[in-house]
Write a protein that binds this ligand. Structure first.
Ligand SMILES: Cc1cc2nc3c(=O)[nH]c(=O)nc-3n(C[C@H](O)[C@H](O)[C@H](O)COP(=O)(O)OP(=O)(O)OC[C@H]3O[C@@H](n4cnc5c(N)ncnc54)[C@H](O)[C@@H]3O)c2cc1C
Length: 438
């Protein structure tokens, strides 16, 4: 058995695993089902605009993404967001309301901004003051985000906090239902004030992106990895035990042997690949649900009057979840004098015909931004089953998966289904899988 690794999936997790193996001088072959690598990452430069159809930036406090960019020579291309005089904003009942300063995913970190925030009714503001110092037990894996908030702040206040802030914030990460998401798994650092959250230097940007778009990261990886070790258009159909290692079967009918396998495809695909090796592990993977999402980039060659700031989270404006004013958020997203707005829609809209989505977007742009002129062009991106849901029992499921993996030395899982959906977590998971002993 040759001491090689096969990586299944060429999204950022699989590519990061490849990078780690390449740097260690270890042989590998990466098999990607699609015609190109990158997975969810998709910058779509057009006409001087730089729309992103997938991730637009990453959390700077988790160092894995910026570190990878620097290793690839992209350090000078890392850029922070443009100044945001308006701060983070929520669109609520027909007006923009600032998100209270210091809000983390589940938890506010400062009391004073809450006490006069128009996001909340007087009763909820009182609940913040009354319960601020309560020593609430952190949520268990079996407590949903919404249940945790109702327990933490009281029934009505917790519900309002869920509806007005935490639901919209988590919709931006998971696109999911906060009655189903596990509070402990979906926001592991956020449920207790400050507990374990990655530390950010004062004045350090919260997010970073790449000057020429997030696909530059994928392009840099592909430039620097050996081309012969990356094969696209190669869906893997099965992994079986073979001679102390693994046999990897491809849709083409070909099969390959490997000492180690890094499975960096979505969990529901891994669940289809693994039954010949371990049906129980495959069943745990199949139990990780996924949500879909849709986003629409709208380009205006002559910028209409756009409200100040980087965009907004939408409350009570379903199916609209959020809108980014991309040209005001990062440099180089639109030509001078132009505007690029990106609208995010809920799961259900994936099934809508294009014309219905475009009509909805025109109504939302008018209602929320006062923009009545038609965009010069739009880029519509449906993202079916793109966002894994860390639902109730996610930690138990992860423990069962970890235990099952001990039965298969050299088999590793990587990607957004396990320990974080953001780019830094996916990169870290790919690199950790590559470093793990065979
Ligand atoms: C619209 C959107 C916006 C986002 N915005 C942000 C953001 O701003 N910041 C952030 O940090 N994160 C963001 N995320 C999350 C982040 O982009 C993803 O979690 C991350 O890119 C997932 O990487 P991955 O490698 O785990 O999976 P994927 O990107 O899904 O890659 C998996 C790969 O496996 C391949 N594959 C599947 N089946 C097989 C098979 N049988 N054989 C071989 N290959 C297979 C797929 O084709 C795919 O290329 C966003 C996600 C989406 C969808």
């Amino acid at each position: 058995m040759p001491a090689n690794s096969v990586i299944i999936g060429g999204g950022i997790a699989g590519l990061s695993a490849a990078w780690e193996l390449h740097r260690a001088g270890r042989p590998f072959l990466l098999l990607e089902a699609a015609a190109q690598c990158g997975g969810a990452i998709a910058s779509r430069p057009r006409d001087g605009f730089l729309p992103e159809a997938g991730p637009e930036s990453f959390l700077a406090a988790k160092p894995a993404a910026a570190e990878l960019c620097r290793e690839l020579g992209l350090g000078d291309d890392l850029i922070p967001p443009l100044p945001n005089p308006a701060g983070a904003q929520v669109w609520l009942a027909g007006r923009y309301v600032p998100l209270p300063a210091g809000w983390r995913l589940l938890h506010p970190s400062q009391l004073p901004p809450l006490l006069d925030s128009p996001l909340f009714t007087p009763a909820t503001r009182t609940a913040f003051a009354d319960h601020w110092n309560d020593n609430t037990t952190p949520p268990a894996d079996t407590e949903s985000v919404a249940d945790y908030l109702r327990r933490r702040w009281g029934r009505e206040a917790g519900q309002e906090i869920a509806d007005h802030v935490v639901g919209p914030l988590l919709a931006g990460v998971y696109g999911g239902d906060i009655e189903q998401l596990s509070a402990a798994a979906a926001a592991p650092h956020s449920a207790t004030r400050g507990g374990g959250e990655p530390v950010r230097e004062p004045n350090a940007p919260m997010f970073l992106t790449l000057r020429t778009g997030m696909s530059s990261l994928v392009e840099a990886l592909l430039r620097q990895l050996p081309a012969a070790a990356i094969r696209t258009g190669q869906p893997v159909t099965a992994v079986e035990a073979f001679d102390g290692g693994y046999c990897v079967r491809l849709g083409s009918g070909e099969s390959l042997t490997a000492a180690a396998v890094i499975l960096a495809a979505p969990a529901f695909r891994a669940a289809e690949i693994l039954p010949p090796l371990d049906p129980a592990l495959a069943a745990e993977l199949a139990a990780i649900p996924y949500a879909s999402s849709l986003n629409l980039n709208c380009a205006f060659r002559t910028a209409p009057a756009v409200p100040a700031g980087h965009g907004f989270l939408a409350v009570g404006a379903a199916p609209l979840l959020a809108c980014t004013f991309a040209h005001q958020k990062f440099a180089g997203r639109a030509p001078a004098g132009a505007a690029l707005l990106r609208l995010f829609y809920s799961d259900a809209t994936c099934a809508w015909p294009d014309a219905r989505i475009l009509a909805q977007a025109r109504r939302d742009l008018a209602a929320c931004c006062g923009i009545t002129m038609a965009p010069d062009w739009c880029e519509l991106q449906r993202c079916p089953r793109a966002l894994p849901q860390y639902t109730l029992g996610h930690a138990r499921r992860q423990a069962a998966i970890a235990l099952a993996l001990t039965r298969h030395p050299g088999l590793h899982l990587a990607g957004n289904a396990y320990h974080g959906v953001g780019l830094p977590d996916c990169i870290a998971s790919g690199r950790a899988a590559a470093r793990a002993p065979r």
